[in-house]
Design a protein around this ligand. Sequence first.
Ligand code: HEM
Length: 396
Amino acid sequence: MTIAQKWKIHPEHGWLHGARPEDPVVQDPDSGIWNVYGYREAVAVLGDPATYSSRTAQLFAEDGGEVIADGDLLQTDPPDHRRQRDLVRYAFTPRLLAGVEPRITELVDELLRAVADPGDFDLVDALCSPLPILVVGEMIGLPRSDVPKLERWMREMAASFGDLSPAADQAEQERVFAVTAGLMEQVVEYLREHVRTRTGAAGEGLLDRLVTAEIDGERLSEDYVVAFVKSMIVAGHSTTSMMLANTVLCLDGDPELDRRVRADRSLIAGLVEESMRFLSPIAATYRVTTRATTLGGRELGAGSIVMVWMAAANRDPRQFPDPDVFDLSRSPNSQLGFGHGIHFCLGAPLARMEARIALNALFDRFPSLRVREGATPKAHPAFDTTGLATLPVVAQ
Ligand code: HEM
């Protein structure tokens, strides 16, 4: 039995449970959306922004679109995308990340020391969820005391995503957008206040860089900076949290794997890549065609909505032999969990670093870490994510 079967993670997604979609590209007869399941086809879509645009927010409920799209790199196409990405790319260079590394180690230790009862705790509450917010919060200079509030907003937002698909009925889309937009507004209000107090400061942080940055000779507006910082927090929180928890779940499911990685920590990098392939936190992303095109032998008209299932592509046997086997030694492991092409995840090096530090610390502190017997870890409800929202564990 696979991990997804054991814990009943998204039973509706056949590829997580060993069943293959018959075709790599399939149109949903009700919504007209094109679902892309094949690896080669997913790479073709993500690698061709001229044919497959990222400006998808307008496809969703009318009022929600802008709140969600503003300042979000993921909603831009070339040439704007390159200009905007260049502004923040520097924050994720190996040199800058090396500077952040010792701080992440301290934060992980602090969080694990604060666990009141290692015999029985929730790993998502204790570590997976607070860590990414603490890290990004420090990168943008947010006061530590505000982090729990931000984390609460992020978790409420993740929990509110029931069915945000364009295929969902109008009432459901509007309900989700109303909740999400309300939470976003609180986050934006909070960040606006923070950005105002930082404007004019001559620091080296990400925020200082943004408030003094220029695109085409013009300073970025306050609205833009706020929206940008918001999108970094949103993009980096539940994704990293899910990836950490998913990886620990994979170890729980395979004691021999757990033993091997603990004994040889150089295997952690491969463990994280395989966990990203096996349980991809962002299961799918959207694009919209700018012109008629052919994909996997299918004819797609202009303006078609395309849903690229990276989680399914990551189990395409044409790319990954025995895709339902968790195999630490896959090489190369060209998993698509961080996307592909111009929108490839900017935070991937940071997320990988957080995972390496957190897993090492868990191994050092707890010789044994298992899912609590009788407890059931819960997956996030959103159909386009694969990741845990709770992970009750027992450590020794
Ligand atoms: C395991 C954790 C993470 C996962 C699974 C993940 C996944 C992804 C994916 C799949 C994309 C591309 C989506 C698309 O092409 O439509 C993406 C883009 C992005 N991610 Fe991540 N991400 C993670 C962590 C982070 C972190 C920690 C940050 C920042 C602090 C971050 C910031 C971004 C940004 C800014 C983009 C947009 C890049 C662009 O459009 O050029 N991500 N991420």
